[in-house]
Design a protein around this ligand. Structure first.
Ligand SMILES: *[C@@H]1O[C@H](CO)[C@@H](O)[C@H](O)[C@H]1NC(C)=O
Ligand SMILES: *[C@@H]1O[C@H](CO)[C@@H](O)[C@H](O)[C@H]1NC(C)=O
Ligand SMILES: *[C@@H]1O[C@H](CO)[C@@H](O)[C@H](O)[C@H]1NC(C)=O
Ligand SMILES: *[C@@H]1O[C@H](CO)[C@@H](O)[C@H](O)[C@H]1NC(C)=O
Ligand SMILES: *[C@@H]1O[C@H](CO)[C@@H](O)[C@H](O)[C@H]1NC(C)=O
Ligand SMILES: *[C@@H]1O[C@H](CO)[C@@H](O)[C@H](O)[C@H]1NC(C)=O
Ligand SMILES: *[C@@H]1O[C@H](CO)[C@@H](O)[C@H](O)[C@H]1NC(C)=O
Ligand SMILES: *[C@@H]1O[C@H](CO)[C@@H](O)[C@H](O)[C@H]1NC(C)=O
Ligand SMILES: *[C@@H]1O[C@H](CO)[C@@H](O)[C@H](O)[C@H]1NC(C)=O
Ligand SMILES: *[C@@H]1O[C@H](CO)[C@@H](O)[C@H](O)[C@H]1NC(C)=O
Ligand SMILES: *[C@@H]1O[C@H](CO)[C@@H](O)[C@H](O)[C@H]1NC(C)=O
Length: 275
C-alpha cells in the first residue's frame, strides 16, 4: 500500500490518546486492577543502618498522604518524608491527559505495588500507563537519566515496503513534538497526530519530568524517539526522565490497525515485568 505525503500535523484531542491506550491494553488489564503497571525497576537493598520497617512506613505516608493530596491539584510533584537515614524522597508524574482522580489512584497504588515488587529496596521506579512513580533514599537529580529504561511494543505494523515511510513520518512527528515540548506548558506533555494516508493515522506522544531543563528534555526525547520500534503498530520507550511513543491507528475507525499479535517487550536495566 502506498502511503501519501503527510498532512500538516495537529495536536490531537487528549482523550484520543486515552482511548487508544485503553484499547491498546484492554486485553491485558486484569479485572482486579484499574491501573496498568507497565514495568518496574528496584534499586539498592537495605543495610544495617536503616530501619527498613520505618523506611517503608515513611514511604507509605509519603505516597498515601503528602503526594496523594498533591495529586488532587497537580500532575506532578516531588516531596520527602521522615528523617535520615529513613528519609524517603518521592516523585510522581501523571500523564498530561489523565484526571486528578486517576492521578491520585496511581499515586496510591504505588504503595501496594512497591511492597509486591520492590519490598527489599530503598529505591524504585514504577511505570504505569497513567503515571510514573519514583522513590529513593536520596534526592533526585533532574538531569537526563537514561537508566533504567523500558521498551514496550505491540503488534506488527504494516508491510515492509511502508517501513521507510513510517520511519520518516515518525522522525517528522517526533521532531515536531520535541520542538513543541520545548516551549510548552509546565506539564511538558505533548501529542501530535498525522494522517499518513486514508488508511493510517500516526499518533505520537512525549512527556518529560517538568523539572528537567529544556535541553535535557530534548535530549531525552530525541534518544527515546530513536529507540521505539517503528516496525510495530505501537511502541513506547520510557526513561526515568521522559517517555516517547506512537500508535498507528486506522484513520476511518480510530481503532488500532490489525493484525494484532501478542505484545513483545525488551529493555535494559533490572526490570520486573508483570504483563
Ligand atoms: C550487618 O550486621 C551483621 C550482623 O550484625 C554483620 O555480620 C554484617 O557485617 C553487617 N553488615 C554491614 C554491611 O554492616
Ligand atoms: C486538577 O488538576 C489541575 C492541574 O492538573 C488543576 O488545575 C485543577 O484545579 C485540579 N482540579 C481539582 C478539582 O482540584
Ligand atoms: C509540590 O507541592 C507543594 C505543596 O503544595 C508546592 O509548594 C510545590 O511547589 C510543589 N512542587 C512542585 C514541583 O510542583
Ligand atoms: C523537589 O524538586 C526540587 C527541584 O525542582 C528540589 O529543589 C527539591 O529539593 C525537591 N524536593 C524534595 C523534597 O526532594
Ligand atoms: C546505609 O544506608 C544509609 C541510608 O541510605 C546510608 O546513609 C549509609 O551510608 C549506608 N551504610 C552503608 C554501610 O552502606
Ligand atoms: C489506596 O489503596 C488501597 C489499596 O492499596 C485502598 O485500600 C485504599 O482505599 C486506597 N485509598 C484511596 C484514597 O484511594
Ligand atoms: C515486605 O517485607 C516486610 C519485612 O520483611 C514483611 O513484613 C512484609 O510482609 C513484606 N511484604 C510483602 C508484600 O511481601
Ligand atoms: C500488505 O500487502 C498485502 C499485499 O500487497 C496486502 O494484501 C495487505 O492488505 C497489506 N497490509 C497492510 C496492513 O497494508
Ligand atoms: C530525524 O532524523 C535526523 C536525520 O537522520 C536525525 O538527526 C534526528 O535525530 C531524527 N530526529 C528524531 C526526533 O528522530
Ligand atoms: C485525518 O483524517 C481524518 C479522517 O479522514 C480527518 O477527520 C482529520 O481531520 C485528518 N487529520 C489531519 C491532521 O489532516
Ligand atoms: C480500517 O477499518 C475499516 C473499517 O473497519 C476496514 O475496512 C479497513 O480494512 C481498515 N484498514 C486498515 C488498514 O486496517
Amino acid at each position: 500500500m502506498a502511503i501519501v505525503v503527510l498532512s500538516a500535523p495537529t495536536t490531537v484531542h487528549r482523550w484520543l490518546w486515552l482511548i487508544s491506550f485503553l484499547s491498546f491494553f484492554m486485553s491485558q488489564i486484569s479485572l482486579a486492577d484499574e491501573l496498568n503497571l507497565v514495568g518496574s525497576s528496584c534499586g539498592g537493598t537495605f543495610n544495617n543502618t536503616t530501619d527498613s520497617n520505618l523506611y517503608r512506613s515513611n514511604l507509605a505516608r509519603l505516597f498515601s498522604q503528602k503526594l496523594y493530596n498533591e495529586g488532587g491539584n497537580s500532575n506532578y510533584n516531588n516531596s520527602s518524608y521522615g528523617e535520615d537515614p529513613e528519609k524517603v524522597y518521592g516523585l510522581y508524574q501523571c500523564r498530561g491527559d489523565v484526571t486528578n482522580q486517576t492521578c491520585q489512584s496511581c499515586i496510591n497504588s504505588t504503595i501496594g505495588d512497591t511492597l509486591n515488587y520492590c519490598n527489599e529496596s530503598k529505591s524504585a521506579i514504577l511505570w504505569y500507563d497513567e503515571c510514573v512513580m519514583r522513590y529513593s533514599d536520596r534526592p533526585f537529580s533532574f538531569t537526563f537519566e537514561s537508566r533504567p529504561a523500558l521498551r514496550r511494543s505491540n503488534g506488527i505494523s504494516i508491510n515492509a515496503s511502508d517501513l521507510v515511510t513510517v520511519k520518516k513520518a515518525l522522525n517528522q512527528s517526533f521532531s515536531k513534538l520535541i520542538a513543541e515540548l520545548a516551549t510548552s506548558s509546565e506539564l511538558k506533555f505533548e501529542t501530535v497526530s498525522e494522517n499518513l494516508s486514508s488508511s493510517f493515522t500516526l499518533y505520537t506522544l512525549g512527556q518529560c519530568i517538568p523539572d528537567l531543563s529544556t535541553e535535557d528534555c530534548r535530549a531525552c526525547l530525541n534518544s527515546a524517539a530513536q529507540l521505539v520500534e517503528y516496525e510495530k503498530r505501537s511502541s513506547r520507550y520510557l526513561y526515568p526522565s521522559c517517555g516517547a511513543g506512537f500508535n498507528l491507528m486506522n484513520s476511518s475507525t480510530d481503532e488500532p490497525i490489525t493484525p494484532v499479535q501478542a505484545p513483545t517487550s525488551s529493555g535494559d536495566g533490572e526490570l520486573n515485568r508483570r504483563l
